[in-house]
Design a protein around this ligand. Structure first.
Ligand SMILES: [Zn+2]
Ligand SMILES: [Zn+2]
Length: 372
């Protein structure tokens, strides 16, 4: 009897321990799908103890899940491995350790590495590698050519990092890399740094833009509830698969999301904004000298800051509107002419201060509400 109850108690303990151990929280990032693509949340630049990071590879996968990501790439430095006395492994080992957990919890893990050279060309992430050991070359150009031959997608990391160059400058080495079709992407945001001057290069050289964390410490030390989200590269992919992510990167289907700012091509930002909000008509037809209240609901996690860019016809609305994330705002419109009562649609013309187009401009948006 005594034995039985101990065994029963032990079973209970095991069940409890197992369920307690799996009860992790994931903070979902609410940003809508657009244009028939899935909007995947990705971070293509993190480090582990296999180079100069502070965490074990599986922790990067677990963090990615908790931070609401779909895709990560662990990109340890090929040439800089300060823990190599304690961790003596080849360049592929970090991926092999992290991959089973990624598969188990549904994180797409992209095999990557950071080619780490002084400027020029600086640091370059090679994504979708097959064999990272072969990237370890004396000559940086040979390392890049090898990565390309493996089908890798190559990004210029933190191009405005002051420790490498006091002013953000494009070098002839980067022209060589882009002309050869080797360098295809650029970080417009890294860690806590924004490099707006790189948008012009991305536009001119057809580079895919990224916002990556470059985490070395545990994610929770910098990001999380009360601290803000980690930098995210939004990838507009046909499916949630590694192959679709790769295709999207080569076809420049990304946007960079950091703080409350989103940078990307207008063809993505416009539907992203429009799919995030609903304009609701709650009252009767607007007449001259009357006020009508409409409501705008923002279903996304991004707070949109709107500024009027031109006046409406027949009525006036607020000079600025803040559409808080996951909230509804009431907006008063005032009739200013007799003709407004005849207008079937009320149109308002704003620009969104924190949605920045690939040309470096604020995204223009039109809000419409039926007048009835
Ligand atoms: Zn770097
Ligand atoms: Zn790095």
């Amino acid at each position: 009897m005594r034995n039985l109850s101990i065994s029963f108690f032990c079973t209970l303990l095991i069940v409890f321990a197992t369920s307690a151990g799996s009860a992790q929280n994931r903070s979902e990032i609410n940003i809508p799908d657009i244009l028939g693509y899935k909007t995947l949340k990705c971070d293509f630049h993190v480090h582990t103890v296999f180079s100069d990071g502070d965490v074990w590879p599986t922790i990067r996968v677990q963090e990615a899940w908790m931070d609401g990501l779909d895709v990560i790439s662990i990109t340890d430095h090929i040439e800089y491995r300060p823990h190599s006395q304690d961790i003596d492994a080849d360049q592929n080992r970090v991926y092999e350790i992290a991959k089973p957990l990624a598969d188990q919890i549904g994180i797409i893990l992209v095999k990557g590495a950071e080619i780490t050279r002084k400027m020029p060309p600086g640091h370059l992430n090679a994504l979708f590698l097959k064999n990272a050991n072969l990237i370890e070359r004396e000559d940086w150009w040979e390392a890049c050519v090898e990565a390309r031959e493996q089908g890798a997608f190559i990004i210029w990391n933190h191009p405005g990092w002051k420790a490498q160059q006091p002013s953000t400058q494009w070098w002839s080495e980067h022209t060589r890399l882009t002309t050869a079709g080797i360098m295809r992407g650029i970080e417009v945001f890294n860690s806590n740094e924004y490099y707006p001057e790189t948008l012009k290069w991305a536009d001119e050289k057809s580079l895919t833009i990224f916002a990556n964390s470059d985490l070395h410490t545990p994610s929770g030390m910098t990001y999380g509830p009360g601290k803000g989200h980690r930098p995210v590269t939004l990838v507009f992919a046909t499916e949630k698969t590694e192959e679709s992510v790769k295709q999207a990167l080569f076809e420049r289907r990304t946007a960079a999301y950091f703080g409350d700012t989103l940078v990307g091509e207008r063809r993505f930002l416009t539907p992203l904004f429009m799919n995030s909000i609903q304009v609701r008509n709650v009252q009767t037809r607007l007449q001259n000298n009357e006020i009508k209240t409409i409501r705008i609901y923002n279903d996304s996690d991004i707070t949109f800051r709107l500024k009027k860019r031109q006046p409406s016809v027949g009525f006036s609305g607020p000079a600025s509107i803040t559409l808080e994330a996951r909230r509804t705002v009431a907006v008063d419109l005032e009739g200013t002419s007799e003709e407004v009562a005849q207008m079937p649609m009320l149109r308002m013309y704003y620009e969104v201060s924190n949605l920045i187009t690939a040309k470096g401009e604020r995204l223009p948006v039109n809000l419409e509400v039926p007048n009835k």
